[in-house]
Structure formats: C-alpha cells, structure tokens
Design a protein around this ligand. Structure first.
Ligand code: TYM
Length: 340
C-alpha cells in the first residue's frame, strides 16, 4: 500500500545576531513540531539581511550563530534540512522570474516596506523587492505550509498570489502555500511598548527577551515590563496589551491556556515572577545546547552542507520547470545547438 505523501514545510529566518523570544515562540517552536510529521526545510536568509546595511564579518558570524540557535532550539538535521539561502542560487534566479510576475502595486502595498522604507530615497531597491525573494524561497520548494509569526502574513499572501498568477499564465508549476500561524505566541509584544511587536530593529533592549539572557536579565526585564494601573489580570490584548503579553508568554512556556492562567492571579507581581521563572526554565536547555555547540563549528558547517545538498536538489527541479514554462531555453538545448 502506498503511503500518503508528506506535506512539505519551508520557513526562514534572517541571520540577526541575537535571537529573541518572538522568533522562538512565533516560529522555531512550530518548526520543531513540523519536523516530526512533514518534510521540512529551514533556511537562514542571509540575502534578505543584505537589504539593510550590515558589516560583512558580522553577517558571516551571524549566519553560523543562527544555525547554532536553530539546532539548540531543537531542529534535528536527521529530520529536516537546515541551509543557507545564498548557497542555493536557484532562489535568486527564481526571484527574477517572479519579479516579472509580481506588480509594483502589490509591492507598494507591503506594510513592512511602508514602515521601513517608504519615501526614503536612500533605501535599497532590495528592501522593496524583499517579499519577492521570500516568495521564491517558498515556491522553489513547492512548500505546502509555511510556519511563521503573524507579521509575515501579508508576505505569505503575496507569495500565494504570485503562485496563482504564474500558474494561470504559464500552467501548473507551483504549489500555492498556506501560512501556519501558532494560536499563542504569533505576535510576541515588546515588554516596554506592548502595542508593538518584539523586534530587534524597533525595540529598546529592555523590551526584548533574548534567548541568551541570563535568569537575572529575564527577571529584571519581566519585572519592569509595562502593564497598566488597574491591577486586574485578564486576557484582552486590545485593552490590556502588557498583561495579555505576559499571559501569552507564560502560556507558551507552560503549555497552559491563557484565560485559565489569568484566573490564578489577582495582582501583577506574582504574574511577573511566575512568567520570569517559566521563561528561565524554557530557555535553560536551549542555552545549555548553545554552549555545547559553541566549540563545534565544524559540525554546524557539516549540517549546513547537508542541508544545501538536499535543498539544491529540490529547488533545481522546480526552477527548471518554471524557467521552461516561461519560454527560456533549457541549457541542454543550447549545448545541443552548439555541439551537434
Ligand atoms: P524574521 O527573521 O524577522 O523572523 C523569523 C520568524 O520569527 C517570527 N517573529 C515573530 N513571531 C512572533 N512575535 C514576534 N515578535 C516575532 N518576531 C519575529 C517571524 O514571523 C518569522 O516567522 N521575511 C522573514 C524571513 C523569510 C521567510 C522566508 C519566512 C525569508 N524567506 C520564507 C518564511 C518563508 C523575516 O524577516 O523573518
């Protein structure tokens, strides 16, 4: 009897130096779950990191550091492929085909570009076309599911629209991917400004919980987290963003339901103390594994090489199909013309 085909999962993360809890709860924890039941590929998107100014040495070390974090958070190279985006040139090749499918209007509507780059002439063209490279990351693997935090929803919608348009213009080529957004932890908020998402580029260090934070740092940041004055504990992200964020963090760390958790607290102090403790416990094994990996760079490079080989094989097949679908001559034909 033939086995049902496993769904394929692809997701990506930028190689920022410090990984924060938003990355972990919004993305990595669903990646770890996905690797057990799906064919999974996870990509460190170093080309995306070039869209803003970054020191070359820092980019190199951040890329390796990110691979260590992915392993420390529980990705298992026996169950999934972990690879570096720039090492699979099919991504950039496919980006061009997709840029000739996407429209200016669509890219103009991307809110992340509006927030970061709109109206600034010195902003890089790559920041504007960034979502098309992201679509190529996904479509190159014919991924069925893309586990991401909520902030990536609009980019996923664009990838879907590009796939649908390409398929209807050139014939069935790409799988139309679905986002996979976790129920809790999809939008971890800044501890100091709980109306904004936790993000390295927009938050103050006191508002961000890094996976590398010591128990003392976690305790201090959580205790100083902005809440509000009425001292009531209930889950209502709109009216009580700070308290709701703490309840979500505690819920993610303990696996408990946020509304039920809220009934256990009548003031903020104990909620903060329990949240800090639960997060410290959540991060303890991750930090222990990071330490183990810190002296083992050759193992990390080996993992990335294995990932590259697997990813290249899959991406090449799709990209060849897409390129022939639009009417580009396959390389073999060109050799044939010259050689025979
Ligand atoms: P990036 O590197 O900003 O973030 C990586 C993942 O972490 C999630 N995330 C969050 N989730 C919850 N709360 C937060 N505060 C928070 N901050 C970040 C993001 O949603 C993401 O899932 N464009 C992408 C990278 C990318 C990609 C891809 C993703 C490139 N190609 C293909 C999926 C598929 C980005 O910049 O993520």
């Amino acid at each position: 009897m033939s086995k049902a085909k496993k769904s394929r999962v692809l997701s990506g993360v930028q190689p920022t130096g410090d990984v924060h809890l938003g990355n972990y709860l919004g993305a990595f924890s669903s990646w770890v779950q996905a690797q057990d039941t799906t064919e999974s590929l996870f990509c460190i998107v170093d080309l995306h990191a070039l869209t803003v100014e970054i020191d070359p040495g820092e980019l190199r070390s951040n890329t390796i550091e990110m691979a260590k974090y992915l392993l420390a958070c529980g990705l298992d190279p026996e169950k999934c492929a972990i690879f570096v985006q720039s090492q699979v040139p099919e991504h950039t090749y496919l980006t061009w085909l997709l840029e000739c499918t996407a429209t200016m209007g669509e890219l103009n509507r991307m809110t992340q570009f509006k927030d970061k780059g709109r109206g600034n002439d010195s902003v890089k063209v790559g920041l504007f076309t960034y979502p098309v490279l992201m679509a190529a990351d996904i479509l190159a693997y014919n991924a069925d599911l893309v586990p991401v935090g909520e902030d990536q929803k609009q980019h996923l919608e664009l990838a879907r629209n590009i796939a649908i348009r390409f398929n209807s213009r050139y014939g069935e080529t790409f799988v139309v991917p679905d986002p996979l957004i976790p129920k809790v932890g999809a939008r971890v908020m800044d501890l100091q400004t709980p109306t904004s998402k936790m993000s390295k580029s927009t938050s103050s260090p006191q508002g961000i919980l890094y996976l590398s934070d010591t128990p003392e740092q976690i305790d201090k940041k959580v205790r100083r987290a902005v809440t509000d004055n009425d001292a009531e504990v209930f889950y209502d992200p709109h009216n009580k963003p700070g308290v709701s964020n703490l309840l979500e963090l505690l819920g993610c760390a303990t696996g408990e339901n946020v509304d039920e958790l809220a009934t256990k607290y009548t003031s903020y102090g104990p909620l903060k103390a329990d949240t800090a403790e639960a997060l410290t416990e959540l991060l303890r094994p991750v930090q222990a594994r990071i330490k183990e990996l810190s002296d083992n760079e050759s193992y990390v490079l080996e993992v990335l090489e294995r990932g590259r080989v697997r990813a290249s094989e899959l991406a090449r097949a799709t990209v060849d199909r897409a390129s022939q679908a639009v009417g580009l001559l396959p390389a073999k034909t060109i050799q044939g013309i010259g050689g025979h």
